[in-house]
Design a protein around this ligand. Structure first.
Ligand code: CP
Length: 373
């Protein structure tokens, strides 16, 4: 066995172990997903996106999805909600500032109450790493991790992957350890506090990407390179840019700095992405940012809105990817009741009630006439 296949089989068995302990349909860590599941989610996202909206709205008609948010969010919360609604599901939003959480109710009791109220899936954003695991155990429901502390943001990594595959023209490639071979992605900024950086580095490196992490030691400890094979640290931003087809900028997470002081002037000088830097060192690179963007700090408006930016495209990819994840979660839930579809939630196989079908014959013609809404 080669060293490469050894690494791959180790990754696969780790992913299998995680998947076995997860509730079917859950997504807690990006490492829970096998290659075929990643491919299934990407395919399902495209199929759902292309589907006639009125047909799509029957997929999860009257199913119940709870969005439980302990931290603020614009993109993740809105896109999960729109995704669930466009599949016909009923959604309930529970935020820490307008619920009994404010009175001191625990995550466990909140989750159990939501399950008793009929929630079939919970989408959780929490300030503590690992909170989605506790919620899953307490409720027995599929949980979608919408960002937990400094740990992971797996759905963000999937929508970033969709954006990157399109940007580097690899969308039609099979999903495996070679999908992004030959592509270098630099993730720059506050890596240490970033769940987006972790999920992206784990996912992209498994697909063969060379991942460069770039930032000052305070925001990027040397140990970050041990996240996986193919992950490197480069402190010189210009040198990182020169090697990259994609550059993903991250904001400094002031809310997690815990008193650490950063010389912002020096940071901007060394790590800000601006047009001159892009022109000089990466004139062809695609610029990404998961948001929220702090203009004038990690990136200038010119670079964020410039011709190399795919930031808006990145946000647009959120709804299709999250439709696929909500579908997958509730597919698994349907299987939970009839003992027939649980596997569908974890393997990407189809459940006739919720999986998108290709429109053929009369149905396609009918949809075609009506057009997309
Ligand atoms: N990318 C991201 O998680 O953005 P929000 O915090 O706005 O959801």
């Amino acid at each position: 066995m080669t060293q490469e296949s050894n690494v791959e089989s180790k990754q696969t068995s780790e992913a299998s172990r995680a998947a076995r302990t997860a509730q079917p349909g859950s997504l807690l860590s990006i490492s829970d997903l096998e290659y075929d599941e990643i491919a299934g989610i990407l395919t399902m996202a495209s199929e759902l996106e292309a589907e006639e909206p009125l047909v799509r709205a029957k997929r999860l008609a009257k199913r119940k999805v709870a969005l439980l948010f302990y931290e603020s969010s614009t993109r993740t919360r809105t896109s999960f909600e729109l995704a669930a609604k466009s599949l016909g599901a009923d959604t309930a939003l529970i935020s820490s500032l307008s619920s009994s959480i404010e009175k001191g109710e625990s995550l466990k009791d909140t989750g159990v109450a939501l399950a008793a109220l009929g929630a079939e899936c919970i989408i959780l954003r929490h300030l503590y790493s690992g909170a989605p695991y506790l919620l899953q155990r307490a409720t027995g429901l599929p949980v979608l991790n919408a960002g937990d502390g400094m740990h992971e943001h797996p759905s963000q990594a999937l929508l970033d992957l969709r954006t990157i595959l399109k940007a580097v023209d690899r969308s039609r490639r099979r999903i495996d350890g070679k999908t992004l071979e030959g592509v270098t992605v630099t993730i720059a900024g506050d890596i240490f506090h970033s769940r987006v950086a972790r999920s992206n580095a784990l996912l992209l490196s498994r697909l063969g990407t060379r991942v460069i992490l770039c930032g000052p030691p305070l925001l990027l400890p040397e140990t970050a390179a041990s996240l996986g094979p193919g992950i490197f640290i480069e402190r010189d931003f210009d040198r990182a840019l020169e090697q990259s087809q994609v550059v993903m900028m991250l904001r400094i997470q002031k809310e997690r700095l815990a008193g650490a002081q950063i010389d912002l002037e020096q940071y901007i000088d060394r790590y800000q992405l601006h047009q001159e830097r892009l022109r000089a060192h990466a004139p062809q690179a695609v610029v990404l940012h998961p948001g929220p963007v702090i203009r004038g700090l990690e990136i200038t408006s010119e670079a964020a809105d410039g011709p190399q930016s795919a930031i808006t495209e990145q946000v647009r990819n959120a709804v299709p990817i999250r439709m696929a994840l909500v579908c997958r979660a509730l597919n698994a839930r349907a299987g939970h009741h009839d003992h027939g579809g649980a596997e569908a939630g974890t393997t990407g196989a189809r459940d006739e009630r919720t999986a998108p079908r290709k429109r053929t014959g009369a149905a396609a013609r009918k949809g075609g006439k009506g057009g997309r809404h």
